[in-house]
Design a protein around this ligand. Structure first.
Ligand code: OSB
Ligand code: MG
Length: 373
């Protein structure tokens, strides 16, 4: 298939509440939304980048430049037999994985819609519902945190992840655990700790956590392997696993007991599925992380999380946990058993609300095969 037209838009869409981690705070989504058109069909993707290089090195500025100057022209010059080949088209471009992923996602959706097949089945999904939880930002007080968690539990979320940092880790985790002894609970430090903090992190072992996510540097695997031997809570890697090779290195070093898969961080769905399969063969559970995606990225996440080795609940909450109004007309709602239902229709299934998308668009670029327009 020859892609005829690519549209790139940077949006700004406010969150229902600000999201704060150990390293940044965001009031809304600044994602790049990608549309591809070919042979009368349309596909939609999302690069869940933000205004600054805080999670990884990318921002909406870099993603738009990489897509406009390099990736979109490469895709427009290619003839794609299957969406799994898109990552090969981008191979000469180093890193910039979220920029690549937004385009790759859109091509998967395009093929799914053109063939009338769901993204979940194209990827090898086996579940009709995926288990989900909620990621809870850093709060100003333990009291405020408990109130937020209580609200999410009342909404029906069955698993909670607490964002932590030095000074906001042991006490809030203890408080949540004491209040809800049976809650599925985990923590995420977003690379704020050092190996020297191992003794400190060991205190979290008392709280029966599912996992401790990415405590050490964003590009570290080696020290995580050392830390994994010093704490009892399973180490989970997020930021460090940016490719199938990185996953292989982590598995060979026993650097983690669990991997968080975000296809945007890995440069696309094809490599995300490879990591899923590698972990399945090694007996390592994976779960689907989140980047506070819009309804487009969310539908892609739900499709990927329907693969069998996604055996822990994902950070894929219902749309209304993030946005009062989303850019899709068919948002997910939470089922009573803390799951989302996997769309069975063509592609990822998100129906884009183009009028509202226009309203939240800050800048837009259009490229065409044989010249721009
Ligand atoms: O580290 O998992 C993370 C959001 C933005 C960037 C990084 C992370 C997160 C989350 C939110 O934890 C997960 C979600 O989308 O609900
Ligand atoms: Mg994380």
């Amino acid at each position: 298939m020859k892609i005829e037209r690519i549209e790139l838009r940077r949006i700004h869409m406010p969150y229902v509440r600000p999201f704060e981690t150990s390293g940044w705070r965001h009031e809304g989504s600044d994602a790049v939304i990608v549309r591809v058109d070919a042979e009368g069909a349309t596909g939609w993707g999302e690069s869940p980048v933000s205004d600054g290089p805080w999670y990884n090195e990318e921002t909406f500025h870099t993603a738009l430049i990489m897509q406009r100057e390099f990736l979109a022209p490469m895709l427009l010059a290619a003839d794609i037999d299957r969406p799994g080949n898109v990552s090969g088209v981008f191979k000469r471009v180093r890193a910039n994985r979220m920029a690549k992923a937004g385009l790759e996602f859109a091509v998967w959706d395009l093929f799914g819609r053109a063939q009338g097949v769901s993204l979940s089945s194209l990827l090898g999904g086996t579940r009709a519902e995926v288990a989900v939880g909620v990621s809870v930002p850093i709060h100003a007080s333990v009291e405020a945190l408990l109130e937020t968690v209580e609200g999410y539990l009342a909404d029906g979320y069955g698993r909670v992840k607490l964002k932590i940092k030095p000074g906001w880790d042991i006490e809030p985790t203890r408080a949540v655990r004491e209040r809800w002894p049976d809650l599925l609970l985990q923590v995420d430090g977003n690379s704020i700790y050092r190996l020297e903090d191992a003794e400190h992190l060991r205190q979290l072992d008392a709280f029966d956590l599912l996992l401790n996510e990415q405590p050490l540097d964003h590009d570290d695997i080696f020290d995580h392997a050392k830390l994994a031997r010093l704490i009892e809570t399973p180490v989970c890697l997020d930021e460090s696993i940016v490719s199938p090779d990185h996953a292989r290195w982590a598995l060979e070093l026993d650097a983690c007991g669990v991997i968080n898969i975000k296809p945007s961080r890995i440069g696309g769905l094809a490599d995300a599925v490879s990591i899923h399969d590698m972990c399945r063969d090694a007996g390592i559970p994976v779960w689907h992380g989140g980047m506070l995606e819009t309804g487009i990225g969310r539908a892609i996440s739900v499709a990927l999380a329907s693969l069998p080795n996604f055996s822990l609940p994902g950070d894929i909450s219902a749309n209304d946990r993030y946005f009062q109004r989303d850019i899709v007309t068919n948002p997910f709602s939470l089922n009573e058993d803390s799951t989302l239902t996997v769309p069975a229709g063509p592609g990822h299934g998100a129906q884009v609300d183009e009028a509202y998308l226009d309203e939240v668009t800050v800048e837009k670029v259009c490229l065409r095969r044989n010249g721009s327009g």
